[in-house]
Write a protein that binds this ligand. Structure first.
Ligand code: DX5
Ligand code: ZN
Length: 217
């Protein structure tokens, strides 16, 4: 069976103490650390650039999964690879040349992910599955944590069928909770991003029991 990896998104972490938060989720069972990069252009929110990702790097002992919600994406691939990303995921909607973008990501030595917004059909990635190590299926409209899950289980099934026996992960991103996780896992997803479901209830005074939240998914 396909073992499910949990990738907590630090978009829902304490923005005043990313080091502490990253160490806490990794100590309590996170498989990957999902880093949501937003540029205020591709999505209506702004988070962190390469210098911040570089600062996160020494605290990440598992796998730093960098989700670029930026457009254009090509000019920044080198910088995020330099900052220490293990995987860089670009949105198929971010520009006209996703094939070239994935080649450029792989040329840095990083794993390459391709992301689909909820309204984008699975067919959009049909011709780049040999250039991708992962397909990220957004189950919320990108820009914020804590949103309601959009049920795209059928799309996940279609992506899994298209992947066939290639070694390509399917990552689900947005609105993943203990209630929604089984749906997408059954449809073929093997990496689940969770922000609010993992970091809920945390505070500087009494850090939340992230392990309980991670195990519940
Ligand atoms: C949204 C981001 C997601 C988000 C997930 O644009 O790509 O990774 O942080 O947060 P939750 O799990 O709270 O929906
Ligand atoms: Zn994300």
């Amino acid at each position: 069976d396909r073992s499910i990896k949990i990738a907590p998104s630090i978009l829902s972490a304490d923005f005043a103490d990313f080091g502490r938060e990253i160490r806490a989720i990794e100590a309590q069972g996170a498989d990957w650390v999902h880093v949501d990069v937003m540029d205020g252009h591709f999505v209506p929110n702004l988070t962190f650039g390469p210098p911040a990702v570089k600062a996160f790097r020494p605290h990440v002992k598992t796998f730093m999964d960098v989700h670029l919600m930026i457009s254009p994406v090509d000019p920044y691939i080198e910088a995020y690879a330099e900052a220490g990303a293990d995987m860089i995921t670009a949105h198929v909607e971010a520009g006209p040349h996703i094939h070239r973008t994935l080649q450029a990501i792989r040329a840095t030595g990083c794993k390459a992910g391709v992301a689909l917004n909820p309204g984008t059909p699975a067919s959009a990635i049909e011709h780049v599955l040999d250039l991708a190590d992962m397909v990220l299926v957004m189950t919320v409209n990108p820009g914020f944590g804590g949103q309601k899950f959009i049920d795209l289980t059928e799309k996940v099934r279609r992506v899994r069928a298209m992947i066939g026996d290639r070694p390509v992960h399917i990552q689900i991103d947005g609105g993943v909770t203990p209630e929604t996780a089984p749906l997408v896992a059954a449809a073929g997803a093997d990496v689940l991003v969770a922000g609010s479901a993992v970091f809920k209830g945390g505070s500087v005074e009494n850090p939340a029991p992230y392990g309980d939240n991670i195990r519940a998914i």
